[in-house]
Design a protein around this ligand. Sequence first.
Ligand code: NAD
Length: 510
Amino acid sequence: MQTTSRPAVDPQQILRDLPQTGGVVPMYVDGRWKLAADGGTRDLVNPATGEKIATVAEGAQRDAEEAIRAARRAFDEGPWGSISAAERAALLLKLADRIDDCREEFTRIDTLNNGKPLREAEYDAIDAANCFRYYAGLATKPHGQTFDVPAPSQTFTVREAIGVCGQIVPWNYPLLMAVWKLAPALAAGNVCVLKPAELTPLSTLRLASLFEELDFPAGVVNIVTGAGATVGHAIAASNLVDKVAFTGGTKTGRSIMQAATGNLKKISLELGGKSPNVVFADADFDTAVDYALFGIFANSGQVCSAGSRLILERSLHDTFVGKLVERAKKIRVGDGFDPSTEMGPIISPMHRERVEDYIEIGRKEGAKVLCGGERLGGSLANGNFIAPTIFDATNPEMRIVQEEIFGPVLAIQTFEDEADAIRLANDTVYGLAGAVFTQDIGKAHRVIRKLRAGITWINTYHPTYNEAPWGGYKQSGIGRELGTYGYDAYTEVKQINVNLDVAPSGWFSE
Ligand code: NAD
Protein backbone atom coordinates (compact mmCIF):
# COMPACT_ATOMS: atom_id res chain seq x y z
CA MET A 1 0.00 0.00 0.00
CA GLN A 2 1.31 3.42 -0.91
CA THR A 3 0.72 6.70 0.83
CA THR A 4 0.56 10.14 -0.73
CA SER A 5 1.74 13.53 0.43
CA ARG A 6 -0.02 16.19 2.43
CA PRO A 7 -0.35 19.37 0.38
CA ALA A 8 -0.75 22.70 2.14
CA VAL A 9 -4.36 23.87 2.00
CA ASP A 10 -5.87 27.02 3.45
CA PRO A 11 -9.38 26.36 4.78
CA GLN A 12 -10.13 30.10 5.00
CA GLN A 13 -9.43 30.45 1.29
CA ILE A 14 -11.58 27.43 0.37
CA LEU A 15 -14.46 28.65 2.55
CA ARG A 16 -14.15 32.33 1.61
CA ASP A 17 -17.63 32.56 0.04
CA LEU A 18 -19.45 31.07 3.01
CA PRO A 19 -21.13 33.66 5.24
CA GLN A 20 -19.63 34.03 8.69
CA THR A 21 -20.91 35.83 11.78
CA GLY A 22 -18.24 36.39 14.42
CA GLY A 23 -16.19 33.48 13.06
CA VAL A 24 -19.20 31.12 12.97
CA VAL A 25 -20.80 29.81 9.76
CA PRO A 26 -24.54 30.35 10.37
CA MET A 27 -27.48 28.26 9.17
CA TYR A 28 -30.02 29.35 6.55
CA VAL A 29 -33.61 29.73 7.73
CA ASP A 30 -36.51 31.71 6.25
CA GLY A 31 -34.23 33.38 3.72
CA ARG A 32 -31.82 34.64 6.41
CA TRP A 33 -28.53 33.51 7.90
CA LYS A 34 -28.83 32.92 11.63
CA LEU A 35 -26.85 31.56 14.52
CA ALA A 36 -28.28 28.89 16.81
CA ALA A 37 -30.94 30.27 19.16
CA ASP A 38 -28.96 29.09 22.18
CA GLY A 39 -25.61 30.21 20.69
CA GLY A 40 -24.44 26.62 20.21
CA THR A 41 -21.49 25.99 17.88
CA ARG A 42 -19.56 23.00 16.57
CA ASP A 43 -15.96 22.85 15.38
CA LEU A 44 -15.41 20.96 12.14
CA VAL A 45 -12.25 19.02 11.45
CA ASN A 46 -10.47 17.89 8.29
CA PRO A 47 -10.54 14.08 8.58
CA ALA A 48 -7.25 13.82 6.67
CA THR A 49 -5.28 15.99 9.09
CA GLY A 50 -7.26 16.33 12.31
CA GLU A 51 -7.04 20.11 11.94
CA LYS A 52 -9.93 22.44 12.68
CA ILE A 53 -11.33 23.95 9.48
CA ALA A 54 -14.39 25.94 10.58
CA THR A 55 -16.92 26.55 13.32
CA VAL A 56 -20.61 26.20 12.43
CA ALA A 57 -23.80 27.01 14.25
CA GLU A 58 -25.08 23.99 16.16
CA GLY A 59 -28.85 24.24 16.04
CA ALA A 60 -31.21 22.56 18.46
CA GLN A 61 -34.93 21.72 18.59
CA ARG A 62 -35.92 25.42 18.70
CA ASP A 63 -34.01 26.18 15.50
CA ALA A 64 -35.60 23.22 13.73
CA GLU A 65 -39.05 24.37 14.84
CA GLU A 66 -38.40 27.91 13.63
CA ALA A 67 -37.36 26.55 10.22
CA ILE A 68 -40.39 24.26 10.03
CA ARG A 69 -42.74 27.19 10.80
CA ALA A 70 -41.01 29.27 8.10
CA ALA A 71 -41.41 26.43 5.62
CA ARG A 72 -45.06 26.00 6.59
CA ARG A 73 -45.72 29.71 5.94
CA ALA A 74 -43.84 29.56 2.66
CA PHE A 75 -45.93 26.62 1.49
CA ASP A 76 -49.32 27.76 2.82
CA GLU A 77 -49.10 31.50 2.20
CA GLY A 78 -45.99 32.29 0.16
CA PRO A 79 -45.58 32.87 -3.56
CA TRP A 80 -44.03 29.44 -4.17
CA GLY A 81 -47.41 27.72 -4.58
CA SER A 82 -48.48 30.03 -7.39
CA ILE A 83 -45.21 29.84 -9.30
CA SER A 84 -45.69 27.69 -12.40
CA ALA A 85 -43.76 24.50 -13.04
CA ALA A 86 -41.98 26.27 -15.92
CA GLU A 87 -40.84 29.07 -13.59
CA ARG A 88 -39.61 26.56 -11.00
CA ALA A 89 -37.76 24.71 -13.73
CA ALA A 90 -36.11 27.93 -14.93
CA LEU A 91 -34.90 28.68 -11.41
CA LEU A 92 -33.52 25.17 -10.95
CA LEU A 93 -31.69 25.38 -14.28
CA LYS A 94 -30.07 28.65 -13.18
CA LEU A 95 -29.08 26.96 -9.94
CA ALA A 96 -27.49 24.08 -11.89
CA ASP A 97 -25.47 26.58 -13.93
CA ARG A 98 -24.27 28.33 -10.78
CA ILE A 99 -23.18 24.99 -9.27
CA ASP A 100 -21.18 24.40 -12.45
CA ASP A 101 -19.65 27.89 -12.14
CA CYS A 102 -18.60 27.02 -8.58
CA ARG A 103 -17.61 23.40 -9.34
CA GLU A 104 -14.04 23.75 -8.19
CA GLU A 105 -15.14 25.45 -4.99
CA PHE A 106 -17.71 22.73 -4.19
CA THR A 107 -15.10 20.09 -4.97
CA ARG A 108 -12.58 21.62 -2.60
CA ILE A 109 -15.14 22.17 0.17
CA ASP A 110 -16.18 18.48 0.18
CA THR A 111 -12.55 17.30 0.05
CA LEU A 112 -11.76 19.58 2.98
CA ASN A 113 -14.78 18.60 5.05
CA ASN A 114 -15.25 14.93 4.11
CA GLY A 115 -11.69 13.94 3.09
CA LYS A 116 -12.67 12.32 -0.21
CA PRO A 117 -10.16 12.66 -3.06
CA LEU A 118 -10.65 15.70 -5.31
CA ARG A 119 -11.58 13.44 -8.22
CA GLU A 120 -14.52 11.93 -6.27
CA ALA A 121 -15.67 15.29 -4.92
CA GLU A 122 -15.64 16.70 -8.43
CA TYR A 123 -17.89 13.89 -9.67
CA ASP A 124 -20.30 14.78 -6.88
CA ALA A 125 -20.34 18.46 -7.88
CA ILE A 126 -20.98 17.55 -11.54
CA ASP A 127 -23.74 15.13 -10.57
CA ALA A 128 -25.30 17.72 -8.27
CA ALA A 129 -25.72 20.24 -11.10
CA ASN A 130 -27.06 17.55 -13.42
CA CYS A 131 -29.52 16.32 -10.81
CA PHE A 132 -31.09 19.79 -10.65
CA ARG A 133 -31.17 19.84 -14.47
CA TYR A 134 -32.84 16.45 -14.64
CA TYR A 135 -35.59 17.45 -12.21
CA ALA A 136 -36.01 20.87 -13.80
CA GLY A 137 -36.80 18.97 -16.99
CA LEU A 138 -39.23 16.66 -15.25
CA ALA A 139 -41.15 19.48 -13.57
CA THR A 140 -42.82 20.49 -16.84
CA LYS A 141 -43.54 16.99 -18.17
CA PRO A 142 -46.99 15.34 -18.05
CA HIS A 143 -47.67 13.65 -14.71
CA GLY A 144 -51.36 12.80 -14.57
CA GLN A 145 -53.53 10.08 -16.05
CA THR A 146 -57.00 10.08 -17.60
CA PHE A 147 -59.45 7.21 -17.18
CA ASP A 148 -62.14 5.85 -19.43
CA VAL A 149 -64.96 5.67 -16.86
CA PRO A 150 -68.72 5.34 -17.56
CA ALA A 151 -70.47 8.48 -18.85
CA PRO A 152 -71.27 11.11 -17.80
CA SER A 153 -68.09 11.23 -15.73
CA GLN A 154 -64.68 12.30 -16.78
CA THR A 155 -61.93 11.23 -14.39
CA PHE A 156 -58.30 12.21 -14.29
CA THR A 157 -55.46 12.64 -11.83
CA VAL A 158 -53.05 15.46 -11.07
CA ARG A 159 -49.88 15.27 -9.05
CA GLU A 160 -49.51 17.95 -6.38
CA ALA A 161 -46.73 18.90 -3.98
CA ILE A 162 -46.86 17.13 -0.61
CA GLY A 163 -45.99 20.31 1.32
CA VAL A 164 -43.29 20.73 3.94
CA CYS A 165 -40.58 18.11 3.42
CA GLY A 166 -38.09 17.33 6.18
CA GLN A 167 -34.86 15.94 4.77
CA ILE A 168 -32.05 14.36 6.77
CA VAL A 169 -28.81 13.30 5.09
CA PRO A 170 -25.49 11.59 5.96
CA TRP A 171 -21.86 12.64 5.60
CA ASN A 172 -20.55 10.29 2.91
CA TYR A 173 -21.68 12.39 -0.08
CA PRO A 174 -22.34 15.72 1.64
CA LEU A 175 -23.39 17.78 -1.38
CA LEU A 176 -24.92 15.02 -3.48
CA MET A 177 -27.14 13.48 -0.80
CA ALA A 178 -28.63 16.93 -0.10
CA VAL A 179 -29.21 17.54 -3.81
CA TRP A 180 -30.86 14.14 -4.38
CA LYS A 181 -33.48 15.34 -1.89
CA LEU A 182 -33.78 19.04 -2.67
CA ALA A 183 -33.96 18.74 -6.47
CA PRO A 184 -37.06 16.51 -6.85
CA ALA A 185 -38.80 18.14 -3.87
CA LEU A 186 -38.42 21.67 -5.25
CA ALA A 187 -39.19 20.65 -8.83
CA ALA A 188 -42.51 19.23 -7.62
CA GLY A 189 -43.35 22.46 -5.76
CA ASN A 190 -42.57 21.46 -2.18
CA VAL A 191 -40.68 23.44 0.44
CA CYS A 192 -37.77 21.93 2.38
CA VAL A 193 -36.19 21.82 5.81
CA LEU A 194 -32.93 19.97 5.32
CA LYS A 195 -30.48 18.84 7.98
CA PRO A 196 -27.00 18.02 6.72
CA ALA A 197 -24.88 15.57 8.68
CA GLU A 198 -23.37 17.41 11.64
CA LEU A 199 -19.84 16.54 10.49
CA THR A 200 -20.18 17.78 6.88
CA PRO A 201 -22.55 20.75 6.47
CA LEU A 202 -20.25 23.12 4.58
CA SER A 203 -21.05 22.34 0.93
CA THR A 204 -24.78 22.37 1.70
CA LEU A 205 -24.45 25.77 3.35
CA ARG A 206 -22.59 27.03 0.28
CA LEU A 207 -25.48 25.69 -1.80
CA ALA A 208 -27.85 27.67 0.44
CA SER A 209 -26.00 30.84 -0.52
CA LEU A 210 -26.83 30.09 -4.16
CA PHE A 211 -30.54 29.74 -3.29
CA GLU A 212 -30.23 33.17 -1.66
CA GLU A 213 -28.38 34.65 -4.64
CA LEU A 214 -31.08 33.39 -7.05
CA ASP A 215 -33.90 34.84 -4.92
CA PHE A 216 -35.74 31.65 -4.09
CA PRO A 217 -38.63 32.90 -1.90
CA ALA A 218 -37.91 32.98 1.85
CA GLY A 219 -38.72 29.74 3.63
CA VAL A 220 -38.71 27.55 0.52
CA VAL A 221 -35.29 26.08 1.37
CA ASN A 222 -34.13 25.97 4.98
CA ILE A 223 -30.84 24.40 6.05
CA VAL A 224 -30.67 23.65 9.77
CA THR A 225 -27.33 22.44 11.11
CA GLY A 226 -27.13 20.34 14.25
CA ALA A 227 -27.25 16.86 15.70
CA GLY A 228 -29.57 14.03 14.74
CA ALA A 229 -31.00 13.52 18.21
CA THR A 230 -32.11 17.19 18.42
CA VAL A 231 -32.62 18.80 15.01
CA GLY A 232 -33.15 15.52 13.12
CA HIS A 233 -35.62 14.19 15.67
CA ALA A 234 -37.54 17.48 15.75
CA ILE A 235 -37.97 17.34 11.97
CA ALA A 236 -39.05 13.69 11.97
CA ALA A 237 -41.52 14.23 14.83
CA SER A 238 -43.08 17.58 13.86
CA ASN A 239 -46.78 17.62 13.06
CA LEU A 240 -46.17 20.57 10.72
CA VAL A 241 -43.98 18.44 8.45
CA ASP A 242 -45.85 16.48 5.75
CA LYS A 243 -43.04 14.18 4.67
CA VAL A 244 -39.68 13.08 6.00
CA ALA A 245 -37.01 11.76 3.65
CA PHE A 246 -33.98 10.19 5.28
CA THR A 247 -30.68 8.74 4.13
CA GLY A 248 -28.49 7.09 6.72
CA GLY A 249 -28.11 4.01 8.89
CA THR A 250 -30.86 1.40 9.26
CA LYS A 251 -31.01 1.87 13.05
CA THR A 252 -31.57 5.63 12.66
CA GLY A 253 -34.13 4.92 9.93
CA ARG A 254 -36.13 2.87 12.40
CA SER A 255 -36.23 5.68 14.97
CA ILE A 256 -37.21 8.20 12.28
CA MET A 257 -40.06 5.94 11.21
CA GLN A 258 -41.27 5.77 14.81
CA ALA A 259 -40.98 9.54 15.29
CA ALA A 260 -42.98 10.10 12.10
CA THR A 261 -46.05 8.22 13.32
CA GLY A 262 -47.53 11.23 15.20
CA ASN A 263 -49.10 12.74 12.10
CA LEU A 264 -48.51 9.70 9.86
CA LYS A 265 -46.27 11.76 7.63
CA LYS A 266 -45.07 10.22 4.39
CA ILE A 267 -41.64 8.63 4.68
CA SER A 268 -38.81 7.71 2.33
CA LEU A 269 -35.86 5.81 3.76
CA GLU A 270 -32.53 5.13 2.03
CA LEU A 271 -30.61 2.94 4.43
CA GLY A 272 -27.60 0.69 4.73
CA GLY A 273 -26.39 -2.32 2.80
CA LYS A 274 -24.07 -5.31 2.71
CA SER A 275 -24.08 -5.79 -0.99
CA PRO A 276 -22.88 -8.92 -2.81
CA ASN A 277 -20.54 -8.81 -5.78
CA VAL A 278 -20.75 -12.24 -7.44
CA VAL A 279 -17.88 -13.23 -9.75
CA PHE A 280 -18.12 -16.38 -11.90
CA ALA A 281 -15.05 -18.17 -13.25
CA ASP A 282 -15.97 -17.18 -16.82
CA ALA A 283 -15.92 -13.44 -16.05
CA ASP A 284 -13.49 -11.14 -17.80
CA PHE A 285 -10.73 -11.44 -15.22
CA ASP A 286 -9.21 -7.95 -15.30
CA THR A 287 -12.60 -6.22 -15.42
CA ALA A 288 -13.89 -8.21 -12.46
CA VAL A 289 -10.76 -7.55 -10.36
CA ASP A 290 -10.91 -3.86 -11.20
CA TYR A 291 -14.55 -3.47 -10.19
CA ALA A 292 -14.15 -5.60 -7.09
CA LEU A 293 -11.60 -3.00 -5.90
CA PHE A 294 -13.74 -0.07 -7.01
CA GLY A 295 -16.85 -1.61 -5.46
CA ILE A 296 -15.38 -1.68 -1.96
CA PHE A 297 -12.61 0.92 -1.81
CA ALA A 298 -14.22 3.90 -3.61
CA ASN A 299 -14.92 6.63 -1.04
CA SER A 300 -12.98 4.49 1.48
CA GLY A 301 -15.83 1.99 1.50
CA GLN A 302 -18.14 4.61 3.00
CA VAL A 303 -20.79 3.95 0.37
CA CYS A 304 -24.21 2.51 1.15
CA SER A 305 -24.07 0.35 -1.98
CA ALA A 306 -20.43 -0.77 -1.50
CA GLY A 307 -19.65 -4.26 -2.79
CA SER A 308 -18.57 -5.32 0.67
CA ARG A 309 -19.05 -9.05 0.08
CA LEU A 310 -17.08 -10.53 -2.81
CA ILE A 311 -18.65 -13.88 -3.69
CA LEU A 312 -16.17 -15.85 -5.80
CA GLU A 313 -16.56 -19.11 -7.72
CA ARG A 314 -14.27 -21.63 -6.03
CA SER A 315 -12.23 -22.55 -9.13
CA LEU A 316 -11.35 -18.87 -9.57
CA HIS A 317 -10.57 -18.14 -5.97
CA ASP A 318 -6.79 -18.41 -5.73
CA THR A 319 -5.82 -16.58 -8.90
CA PHE A 320 -8.46 -13.88 -8.37
CA VAL A 321 -7.55 -13.24 -4.75
CA GLY A 322 -3.85 -13.15 -5.62
CA LYS A 323 -4.37 -10.38 -8.15
CA LEU A 324 -6.91 -8.53 -5.98
CA VAL A 325 -4.53 -8.35 -3.02
CA GLU A 326 -1.61 -7.33 -5.24
CA ARG A 327 -3.66 -4.41 -6.56
CA ALA A 328 -5.20 -3.47 -3.19
CA LYS A 329 -1.69 -3.04 -1.80
CA LYS A 330 -0.93 -0.54 -4.55
CA ILE A 331 -3.87 1.77 -3.79
CA ARG A 332 -2.52 5.22 -3.00
CA VAL A 333 -4.00 6.31 0.32
CA GLY A 334 -3.70 9.83 1.67
CA ASP A 335 -4.87 13.41 1.71
CA GLY A 336 -7.60 14.01 -0.85
CA PHE A 337 -5.93 17.26 -1.92
CA ASP A 338 -2.99 15.34 -3.41
CA PRO A 339 -4.20 14.65 -6.96
CA SER A 340 -2.50 11.24 -6.94
CA THR A 341 -4.57 10.07 -3.93
CA GLU A 342 -6.93 7.21 -4.76
CA MET A 343 -8.41 6.62 -1.32
CA GLY A 344 -8.96 9.15 1.45
CA PRO A 345 -9.58 8.90 5.19
CA ILE A 346 -12.47 7.65 7.28
CA ILE A 347 -14.80 10.48 8.25
CA SER A 348 -14.03 10.75 12.00
CA PRO A 349 -11.97 9.20 14.80
CA MET A 350 -15.17 7.66 16.17
CA HIS A 351 -16.03 5.99 12.89
CA ARG A 352 -12.40 4.92 12.39
CA GLU A 353 -12.54 3.16 15.76
CA ARG A 354 -15.76 1.45 14.73
CA VAL A 355 -14.12 0.13 11.57
CA GLU A 356 -11.06 -0.98 13.56
CA ASP A 357 -13.36 -2.78 16.00
CA TYR A 358 -14.88 -4.71 13.09
CA ILE A 359 -11.41 -5.68 11.85
CA GLU A 360 -10.66 -7.01 15.31
CA ILE A 361 -14.00 -8.86 15.39
CA GLY A 362 -13.17 -10.44 12.00
CA ARG A 363 -9.83 -11.66 13.29
CA LYS A 364 -11.43 -13.10 16.43
CA GLU A 365 -14.12 -14.79 14.32
CA GLY A 366 -11.33 -16.63 12.51
CA ALA A 367 -11.32 -14.84 9.17
CA LYS A 368 -7.92 -14.34 7.57
CA VAL A 369 -6.57 -10.84 6.87
CA LEU A 370 -4.93 -10.90 3.44
CA CYS A 371 -3.93 -7.24 3.41
CA GLY A 372 -4.43 -4.06 5.43
CA GLY A 373 -6.11 -4.53 8.77
CA GLU A 374 -4.42 -1.57 10.38
CA ARG A 375 -4.57 2.14 10.92
CA LEU A 376 -1.99 4.13 8.99
CA GLY A 377 0.61 6.12 10.86
CA GLY A 378 3.65 8.10 9.75
CA SER A 379 2.68 11.23 7.84
CA LEU A 380 -0.99 10.12 8.02
CA ALA A 381 -1.05 9.59 11.79
CA ASN A 382 -3.14 12.69 12.52
CA GLY A 383 -5.86 11.66 10.07
CA ASN A 384 -8.29 8.75 10.23
CA PHE A 385 -6.68 6.42 7.71
CA ILE A 386 -7.22 2.68 7.46
CA ALA A 387 -5.41 0.54 4.89
CA PRO A 388 -7.55 -1.27 2.28
CA THR A 389 -8.42 -4.48 4.11
CA ILE A 390 -9.39 -7.86 2.67
CA PHE A 391 -10.69 -10.79 4.72
CA ASP A 392 -10.72 -14.32 3.33
CA ALA A 393 -11.90 -17.59 4.86
CA THR A 394 -15.14 -16.08 6.08
CA ASN A 395 -18.42 -17.84 6.74
CA PRO A 396 -21.97 -16.46 6.57
CA GLU A 397 -22.41 -16.43 10.34
CA MET A 398 -19.59 -13.97 10.91
CA ARG A 399 -20.50 -10.43 11.89
CA ILE A 400 -18.05 -9.05 9.31
CA VAL A 401 -20.15 -10.83 6.66
CA GLN A 402 -23.55 -9.79 8.02
CA GLU A 403 -23.09 -6.26 9.38
CA GLU A 404 -22.44 -3.04 7.52
CA ILE A 405 -18.91 -1.86 8.35
CA PHE A 406 -19.01 1.25 6.14
CA GLY A 407 -15.27 1.32 5.66
CA PRO A 408 -12.54 -0.13 3.39
CA VAL A 409 -13.08 -3.72 4.50
CA LEU A 410 -13.94 -6.53 2.10
CA ALA A 411 -15.16 -10.01 3.08
CA ILE A 412 -14.58 -12.79 0.54
CA GLN A 413 -17.01 -15.70 0.32
CA THR A 414 -16.68 -18.73 -2.00
CA PHE A 415 -19.42 -20.57 -3.91
CA GLU A 416 -19.73 -23.91 -5.70
CA ASP A 417 -22.47 -23.30 -8.29
CA GLU A 418 -25.08 -20.78 -9.43
CA ALA A 419 -27.67 -21.77 -6.82
CA ASP A 420 -25.05 -21.50 -4.07
CA ALA A 421 -24.00 -18.04 -5.31
CA ILE A 422 -27.60 -16.80 -5.20
CA ARG A 423 -28.17 -18.26 -1.74
CA LEU A 424 -25.06 -16.57 -0.33
CA ALA A 425 -25.81 -13.28 -2.08
CA ASN A 426 -29.30 -13.08 -0.56
CA ASP A 427 -28.24 -14.22 2.91
CA THR A 428 -28.49 -10.73 4.41
CA VAL A 429 -31.11 -8.51 6.04
CA TYR A 430 -30.15 -5.82 3.53
CA GLY A 431 -31.16 -5.49 -0.12
CA LEU A 432 -29.68 -2.31 -1.49
CA ALA A 433 -27.40 -3.36 -4.36
CA GLY A 434 -25.52 -6.23 -5.96
CA ALA A 435 -23.52 -7.18 -9.03
CA VAL A 436 -22.66 -10.20 -11.12
CA PHE A 437 -19.62 -10.70 -13.34
CA THR A 438 -19.81 -13.36 -16.07
CA GLN A 439 -19.55 -13.50 -19.85
CA ASP A 440 -22.59 -15.78 -20.02
CA ILE A 441 -25.41 -13.29 -20.57
CA GLY A 442 -28.11 -15.83 -19.74
CA LYS A 443 -26.48 -16.65 -16.41
CA ALA A 444 -26.00 -12.96 -15.65
CA HIS A 445 -29.72 -12.29 -16.07
CA ARG A 446 -30.81 -15.40 -14.16
CA VAL A 447 -28.70 -14.40 -11.18
CA ILE A 448 -29.68 -10.72 -11.27
CA ARG A 449 -33.38 -11.59 -11.34
CA LYS A 450 -32.92 -13.74 -8.22
CA LEU A 451 -31.06 -11.03 -6.28
CA ARG A 452 -33.28 -9.41 -3.67
CA ALA A 453 -31.84 -5.93 -4.20
CA GLY A 454 -33.01 -2.64 -5.65
CA ILE A 455 -29.91 -1.60 -7.63
CA THR A 456 -28.00 -4.19 -9.65
CA TRP A 457 -25.12 -4.23 -12.10
CA ILE A 458 -23.87 -6.73 -14.68
CA ASN A 459 -20.12 -6.61 -15.41
CA THR A 460 -19.75 -3.26 -13.66
CA TYR A 461 -20.11 -1.81 -10.17
CA HIS A 462 -21.39 1.52 -8.83
CA PRO A 463 -22.58 3.52 -11.85
CA THR A 464 -25.51 5.65 -10.69
CA TYR A 465 -27.70 7.81 -12.87
CA ASN A 466 -30.02 10.68 -12.07
CA GLU A 467 -32.43 9.09 -14.55
CA ALA A 468 -32.73 5.69 -12.83
CA PRO A 469 -34.36 4.83 -9.47
CA TRP A 470 -32.20 4.33 -6.38
CA GLY A 471 -33.28 2.43 -3.28
CA GLY A 472 -33.39 -0.87 -1.49
CA TYR A 473 -35.33 -4.04 -0.79
CA LYS A 474 -35.68 -5.47 2.70
CA GLN A 475 -34.03 -3.42 5.49
CA SER A 476 -32.22 -1.15 3.02
CA GLY A 477 -35.13 1.21 2.83
CA ILE A 478 -38.57 2.28 1.76
CA GLY A 479 -39.24 4.00 -1.56
CA ARG A 480 -36.93 5.19 -4.30
CA GLU A 481 -34.93 8.33 -5.03
CA LEU A 482 -33.87 9.61 -8.46
CA GLY A 483 -35.62 9.10 -11.77
CA THR A 484 -39.34 9.62 -12.14
CA TYR A 485 -39.83 7.48 -9.00
CA GLY A 486 -37.90 10.07 -7.02
CA TYR A 487 -40.15 12.83 -8.36
CA ASP A 488 -43.34 10.88 -7.63
CA ALA A 489 -42.13 10.36 -4.05
CA TYR A 490 -42.50 14.13 -3.54
CA THR A 491 -46.07 14.31 -4.86
CA GLU A 492 -49.56 13.44 -3.75
CA VAL A 493 -51.97 12.07 -6.36
CA LYS A 494 -55.36 13.76 -6.59
CA GLN A 495 -58.26 12.11 -8.37
CA ILE A 496 -60.62 14.58 -10.06
CA ASN A 497 -64.09 13.48 -11.20
CA VAL A 498 -66.17 15.78 -13.41
CA ASN A 499 -69.87 15.25 -14.02
CA LEU A 500 -70.38 16.19 -17.69
CA ASP A 501 -74.17 15.97 -17.42
CA VAL A 502 -75.08 18.36 -14.64
CA ALA A 503 -78.39 17.04 -13.29
CA PRO A 504 -79.63 15.62 -9.97
CA SER A 505 -78.73 11.95 -9.41
CA GLY A 506 -82.28 10.95 -8.41
CA TRP A 507 -80.92 8.50 -5.80
CA PHE A 508 -83.27 9.69 -3.06
CA SER A 509 -86.93 10.47 -3.64
CA GLU A 510 -87.88 14.18 -3.47
P1 NAD B 1 -26.66 8.09 10.55
O1 NAD B 1 -27.90 7.30 10.46
O2 NAD B 1 -25.89 8.06 11.81
O3 NAD B 1 -26.94 9.64 10.28
C1 NAD B 1 -27.57 10.10 9.12
C2 NAD B 1 -28.26 11.41 9.42
O4 NAD B 1 -29.29 11.17 10.38
C3 NAD B 1 -27.35 12.48 10.03
O5 NAD B 1 -27.71 13.74 9.53
C4 NAD B 1 -27.67 12.38 11.51
O6 NAD B 1 -27.44 13.56 12.21
C5 NAD B 1 -29.15 12.06 11.47
N1 NAD B 1 -29.67 11.40 12.67
C6 NAD B 1 -29.01 10.62 13.55
N2 NAD B 1 -29.84 10.20 14.53
C7 NAD B 1 -31.07 10.74 14.26
C8 NAD B 1 -32.33 10.66 14.91
N3 NAD B 1 -32.53 9.96 16.02
N4 NAD B 1 -33.37 11.35 14.35
C9 NAD B 1 -33.20 12.03 13.20
N5 NAD B 1 -32.02 12.15 12.58
C10 NAD B 1 -30.95 11.50 13.08
O7 NAD B 1 -25.78 7.65 9.32
P2 NAD B 1 -24.34 8.13 8.94
O8 NAD B 1 -23.37 7.47 9.85
O9 NAD B 1 -24.31 9.62 8.81
O10 NAD B 1 -24.24 7.54 7.45
C11 NAD B 1 -23.92 6.22 7.21
C12 NAD B 1 -25.16 5.40 6.91
O11 NAD B 1 -25.90 5.98 5.84
C13 NAD B 1 -24.78 4.02 6.43
O12 NAD B 1 -25.58 3.06 7.07
C14 NAD B 1 -25.09 4.06 4.94
O13 NAD B 1 -25.36 2.81 4.38
C15 NAD B 1 -26.25 4.98 4.89
N6 NAD B 1 -26.41 5.56 3.55
C16 NAD B 1 -27.42 5.09 2.75
C17 NAD B 1 -27.57 5.59 1.45
C18 NAD B 1 -28.66 5.08 0.54
O14 NAD B 1 -28.92 5.71 -0.48
N7 NAD B 1 -29.31 3.97 0.83
C19 NAD B 1 -26.72 6.59 1.00
C20 NAD B 1 -25.71 7.05 1.83
C21 NAD B 1 -25.57 6.53 3.13
